[in-house]
Design a protein around this ligand. Structure first.
Ligand SMILES: Cc1ncc(COP(=O)(O)O)c(C=O)c1O
Length: 377
């Protein structure tokens, strides 16, 4: 029997897509690279985990009862909530549900990379309104980019990797300016900021809010997130979603995590105090940074960004080099966690900067020959 030559090609969209390899290997050092909770989820979640029986693991997970509990927690109807396999899956489902090949999707880089991947699976018309060198959300230019063809708008507030925010007023203005489009507000880092559009989903017909349990709740490994929005829109998203998309371990732990508000408040306060300490420390070190409303800070290291990350790693701390992000050449991001982790991060940073004989770029202006005009792809 002759073996056929393999010539199967993926869709053109997949062929042209860049591969995303998050540097996940050997993360045994202090993880200040992925904006995770650096400590632990609520101890009550851990107790619940230990109580999961073998029989429970044999069953397909039941998402619906948990959606009712989560909806009640947010003062919503069950049909206004969809639990997802992290916000990553939520983004993917939104694109699959709403984007035709001719439709435009609108984002404002630098922002979360998965918007690119999921949109490009459905349409080549991804419109990117790049922030200028202030790295602020370009509200006026963004509004002006809304067209009749705009079908999906995705805005992260707080944004990753900048830590910047888009005010609720501006987000609602975007919804109003694009009544023919769905506006997804990604509130993955909501807890570290506090302003939300969650209270608007009942009254704004084209608004969908995404939340994750990967960050403040410390459940990144369980892969659970949610969408909240008008029931009619979520019906479409539910249609393209597997009924078993969220695993039963995550579903079992979720109500316990939601109930333990004291733990959540403690973790959030650790981050908010730590963030102030980190920003003060960066000021002392003359490191330019973007004032953050999230659990991380984006700093401009300049031409020695790689050396810095390597030197900090030598000291047992992982940072995330964001230089490949548009307009971010020379930028490095550091996660803010509990007190001792902030202390260790700052110490490592201080020593590494001295070791690499670093000179401050003095401003947020990006390094390199592109001077902040680097193309996204
Ligand atoms: C803005 C933003 N949205 C979504 C996610 C992904 O969240 P999840 O872990 O729920 O998939 C991240 C993760 O870093 C993020 O930064």
């Amino acid at each position: 029997m002759s073996v056929p030559i393999r010539s199967v090609k993926p869709r053109a969209a997949v062929l042209s897509m860049p591969e995303y390899h998050p540097p996940l290997a050997a993360r045994t050092a202090l993880r200040l690279d992925f904006n995770e909770n650096t400590f632990a989820p609520s101890p009550k979640v851990m107790e619940k985990l230990w109580g999961i029986t073998a029989e429970e693991l044999t069953k397909y997970p039941e998402r619906e009862p948990m959606e009712r509990i989560v909806a009640a927690h947010f003062g919503l109807q069950a049909e206004e909530v969809l639990l997802t396999n992290g916000v990553d899956e939520a983004i993917h489902l939104m694109c699959a549900a709403f984007l035709e090949a001719d439709d435009e999707a609108l984002i404002a880089p630098p922002t979360f990379f998965m918007y690119d991947v999921s949109v490009q699976m459905m349409t080549t018309h991804l419109v990117k309104i790049q922030s200028d060198e202030t790295l602020e959300f370009p509200f006026e230019r963004f509004m002006a980019a809304i067209t009749d063809r705009t079908k999906l708008i995705i805005v992260a507030s707080p944004n990753n990797p900048t830590g910047g925010i888009v005010s609720r007023d501006h987000l609602l203005a975007i919804c109003e300016a694009a009544p023919h489009a769905v506006v997804m507000v990604d509130e993955a880092y909501y807890h570290f900021h506090g302003e939300t559009t969650m209270g608007d989903v009942a009254s704004v017909p084209n608004l969908i809010v995404a939340r994750t349990f990967s960050k403040a709740y410390g459940l990144a490994n369980l892969r659970i997130g949610m969408l909240a929005g008008p029931a009619d829109l979520l019906t479409y998203v539910r249609k393209v979603c597997s009924p078993y998309n969220v695993n039963g371990v995550a579903l079992t732990c979720l109500p316990v995590a939601l109930e333990d508000e004291a733990y959540l408040a403690w973790y959030v306060s650790q981050v908010s105090v730590g963030r102030e300490r980190m920003m003060a420390g960066l000021r002392d070190l003359d490191v330019p940074f973007f004032p953050s409303s999230a659990n991380f800070v984006l700093m401009n290291i300049g031409v020695k960004h790689k050396e810095l990350c390597a030197a900090v790693r030598e000291r047992g701390v992982l940072l995330r080099d964001r230089s490949a992000d548009p307009g971010c050449d020379g930028f490095v991001r550091i996660t803010i966690g509990v007190e001792e982790h902030v202390t260790k991060g700052l110490e490592a940073l201080k020593k590494a900067l001295a070791e690499i004989d670093w000179e401050s770029p003095k401003s947020l202006k990006a390094a390199g020959p592109e001077e902040g005009e680097r193309e996204y792809e």
